[in-house]
Design a protein around this ligand. Structure first.
Ligand code: 5AD
Ligand code: SF4
Length: 481
């Protein structure tokens, strides 16, 4: 494991090893030497700041980036006023890209005042060649650009960046490599994301993820279990298993294993109290998984099951490979097996060719399934995806109006679903001191609802029983019992 490696014992006079992860350990040691010498010249420690855009995958990737940068001797900073700023970007919707370009302008001004400052960009945006072209032309002050498959190489790339004034660009188009045994620094001591697979093979017609994250690759069950065991030994009580489509976990391994089997094995890890996972594709969700969930008191009663649209006609154009009816039947089956389970979803409004009738089907699904919450998105045209070339794109004002109606329905139902639990008692993982009222703690129920209640900050990281006294829309006020 990484924790057993002493970077200071690595011989930097030798050539870098060819194999991973030894090669990256070598470059961490080398980067550490360079950062130390720069700090001496600057007369202060060199700082870094990682800014995360997008999903939980990116959040976990940022913990890995942070782990590598800390190993390289940089000191964390809460602000962008740092010596190395890394933007871990998202490109799932156009807005996400615009935000990053806007923020880069601000970084340029900070860099003008700090001769040590370096700027790095990684994540999904950098996998798009037109983005890299634009950076090369209009954002030449960016020092390092690397892709989603190159995160494990950060230490090596830092060494290259510190040796040149030119922009260093390393973006692989794809990989079948999964490099283990690299450091990570968790945001929360008591809970952690754990990647179980990378990439996506589904090619939903609107989605850029399969192009920027590559083909599906599963980690070995042993590597996952070892990682979780060492997280538990380090104080973690809850893990969130991460993959674009966890239900197809294991299919490409030499010794295939189902996601449900993996989950059963994970649930046996002593000391681990809660298991979550996301995201589930409805087309692959098996009866075996429902059974394993229903039988387990460690697996949280929450399932994120993106529907995207309620119209079978649109679902077909989206290449989702299920129908309105089969989705509804699946949701019904899950709720029957676990009546206390919270279902959440993602919905896109304004997919090309969407009509009023299609939206009526989506609203109908929301009303029948009764989601505890839903992320609603306006369709965003991503170049290179099949949907971007489809005719009859829906005008922006029509999309907006439909979006408002959908949100209204989603929120009304989410409020009613939240209120269902008033007066009951639930186990809550205490996460932090309440931001608004420091006499309160904030924690999360298994079904993902937040609860605020009076308590001692020493309970952070513990699981306690809380009575849910008053529903305040989407969260509760409660009392520990
Ligand atoms: N436009 C709008 N929403 C999108 N999503 C993915 N691609 C697009 C797009 N082009 C949404 C889907 C997915 C979530 C992560 O982002 O709902 O489930
Ligand atoms: Fe995108 Fe579909 Fe893959 Fe999810 S399953 S990442 S929406 S292509």
């Amino acid at each position: 494991m990484y924790d057993d490696i002493n970077l200071d014992n690595i011989d930097l006079t030798a050539d870098p090893p060819k194999d991973e992860p030894a090669r990256q350990h070598y470059f961490m040691a080398k980067a550490r030497r360079s950062v130390r010498s720069l700090s001496e010249t600057a007369g202060r420690p060199l700082t870094f700041h990682v800014e995360t855009f997008g999903c939980q995958m990116n959040a976990r990737d940022s913990e890995k980036l942070t782990g590598i940068l800390a190993a390289a001797g940089y000191v964390p900073s809460d602000t962008e006023d740092a010596d190395l700023v890394v933007y871990n970007t998202c490109t799932v919707r156009e807005n996400a890209n615009r935000k990053v370009y806007g923020r880069l302008g601000r970084l340029k001004r900070l860099k003008a005042d700090n001769p040590y400052m370096r700027i790095a960009l990684c994540g999904c945006m950098t996998q798009e060649s037109q983005v890299v072209d634009r950076l090369r032309e209009d954002y030449r002050f960016v020092d390092l650009v690397f892709g989603t498959h190159n995160i494990f190489q950060l230490a090596e790339l830092i060494c290259r960046m510190l040796e040149t004034d030119a922009m260093v660009v390393e973006v692989w188009e794809g990989t079948d490599q999964v490099v283990e045994d690299l450091p990570a620094r968790r945001k929360y001591p008591f809970k952690s994301g754990v990647n179980i697979m990378f990439g996506c093979n589904n090619f939903c017609s609107y989605c850029i993820v399969p192009y920027v994250r590559g083909r599906e690759r599963s980690r070995s069950p042993q590597a996952i279990i070892d990682e979780i065991k060492s997280l538990v030994a380090d104080g973690v009580v809850e893990v969130m298993l991460l993959g674009q489509n966890v239900n197809s976990y294991g299919k490409t391994l030499k010794q295939p294993i189902s996601f449900a089997q993996l989950l059963s094995q994970i649930c046996q890890i002593p000391g681990l109290e809660r298991v979550r996972f996301m995201t589930s594709h409805p087309k692959d969700l098996s009866d075996e998984l429902i059974q394993v969930m229903a039988d387990s008191d460690k697996i949280c009663r929450h399932l994120h099951l993106p529907v995207q649209s309620g119209s079978t006609r649109i679902l077909e154009k989206m290449n989702r490979r299920y129908t309105k009816e089969s989705y509804l039947a699946l949701a019904e089956k899950i709720k029957k097996a676990m009546p206390d389970l919270a279902l959440t979803t993602d919905i896109i409004v304004g997919f090309p060719g969407e009509t009023e009738e299609d939206l009526a089907h989506t609203l109908d699904v929301v009303q029948q399934v009764r989601y505890s919450s839903a992320f609603t998105f306006q369709y965003s045209k991503r170049s290179g995806t099949p949907a971007a070339a489809m005719e009859d794109q829906v005008p922006a004002e029509v999309v907006q109006e439909r979006f408002d109606r959908l949100l209204d329905t989603v929120q009304t139902i989410a409020r009613e679903e939240c209120a269902r639990w008033e007066g009951t008692t639930g186990s809550v993982l205490v996460e932090q001191i309440n931001h608004q009222d420091p006499s309160l703690l904030t924690g999360r129920l298994g079904n993902n609802l937040l609860v605020h209640f009076p308590g001692d900050p020493r309970l952070i990281g513990k699981i306690v029983d809380v009575r849910l006294d008053a529903c305040k829309g989407f969260y509760y006020m409660g009392e520990m019992i």
